[in-house]
Design a protein around this ligand. Structure first.
Ligand code: AMP
Ligand code: TRP
Length: 328
């Protein structure tokens, strides 16, 4: 069975973008692949996190993983910091990555362009920690949203370089980007990604939003003056985004939705999208509450960490031997 690995950085509440672009995909894949899914809690520290909030976000994230249908008996689910080998290999890989490569990372360039002054060195090197998260488990595929593709490509470059220098050590993983919904856009600015680090809450639907709040956000989504429901991401990015959301949640094709709604007003179409979103949230939140009441999170994470540690430890030992960190 081929292996797949991915993680989500819980620096805030999980969003509809995370669900459509990532979580939902993980759940689908767990039937056909050996899935390793972790919570990238170390990655959140690249920007300051309030400790209490972070801790709550971690708890919500793992509960939502399970609510979405990730099954701890089939998949390995764990917290990144419970497997210390990630950080150890991360340092070794940062010594096999050039600053020139990190300088080319879009997330870093964006912050730099915005004149961000308090960028941490952890933020700068985080793609090397991500490379370690991946390479330590030898996955065949890494399912991620569009924004993470560049980091998986860097991971491949670093792995190839390492293999060339020290001999075959890492499998070269492939990014896997969903065909629909790889980039859900903000409802209040459809030229930007829907993001949990967005200060503008209106544009972002959180999986734990009250259903009526989510409905309002969809109903007030920015559209355009064209007035016709059709898929034109350049001229009608807001409507295109809503079509993608509907399609991802209802499973209907975009063409099919356009056929149904092109003659109707935006209000009717938005209501249909809101209905899909609300249906999802009600279902997820019921499962989320159920899971919290079962008090199983510690056990699930402990069980996942035990499984992950075996693999991570083996790979780290191999790397240490290859690079000469050990004595014979
Ligand atoms: P992050 O929330 O940045 O840790 O992202 C976790 C996963 O969700 C990654 O695979 C992202 O690519 C994906 N993701 C985040 N935001 C979106 C979005 N707006 N649309 C689609 N996928 C997303
Ligand atoms: N950097 C990813 C994000 O911000 C999260 C992440 C960390 C990840 N390590 C990973 C994703 C390894 C896939 C594989 O979304």
């Amino acid at each position: 069975m081929k292996r797949m690995l991915s993680g989500i950085k819980p620096s805030g509440q999980l969003t509809l973008g995370n669900y459509i672009g990532a979580l939902r995909e993980f759940v689908k894949y767990q039937n056909d692949y050996e899935m390793i899914v972790f919570i990238a809690n170390l990655h959140t520290l690249t920007v300051y996190q309030d400790p209490k909030e972070l801790s709550q976000n971690l708890k919500d994230t793992i509960a939502l993983y399970l609510a979405c249908g990730l099954d701890p008996n089939r998949s390995t689910i764990f917290m990144q910091s419970d497997v210390m080998e990630h950080a150890q290999l991360g340092f070794i890989l940062s010594c096999n990555t050039y600053m020139g490569e990190l300088n080319r990372m879009t997330q870093y360039k964006d912050k730099l362009a915005k004149g961000e002054e308090s960028m941490t060195s952890g933020f700068y090197v985080y793609p090397t920690l991500m490379a370690s998260d991946i390479l330590i488990y030898d996955p065949d595929f890494v399912p991620v949203g569009e924004d993470q593709k560049q980091h998986v490509e860097l991971t491949r470059d670093v792995a190839m370089r390492f293999n060339n220098r020290y001999g075959e050590t890492f499998k070269i993983p492939q990014p896997l980007i969903p065909k629909i919904g790889a980039r859900i856009m903000s409802l209040s600015d459809p030229t930007k990604k829907m993001s949990k680090s967005d200060e503008q809450d209106k544009g972002c639907i959180y999986l734990l939003d009250k259903p009526e709040v989510a409905r309002k956000k969809v109903m007030s989504a920015i559209t355009d003056l064209v007035g016709k429901v059709q898929y034109d991401p350049i001229n009608q990015p807001g409507i295109a985004n809503l079509l993608v959301i509907h399609s991802a949640l209802s499973g209907r094709s975009i063409e099919n939705l356009v056929k149904e709604f092109e003659g109707q007003g935006y209000g009717t179409f938005k209501k249909a999208v809101a209905d899909e979103v609300v249906k999802l949230l009600i279902d997820l939140q019921a499962k989320y509450n159920d899971i919290l009441n079962q008090h199983i999170l510690d056990k699930v994470l402990a069980q996942g960490a035990v499984k992950a540690r075996v693999l991570a430890h083996q790979k780290l030992k191999l790397v240490e031997t290859k690079i000469g960190l050990t004595i014979d």
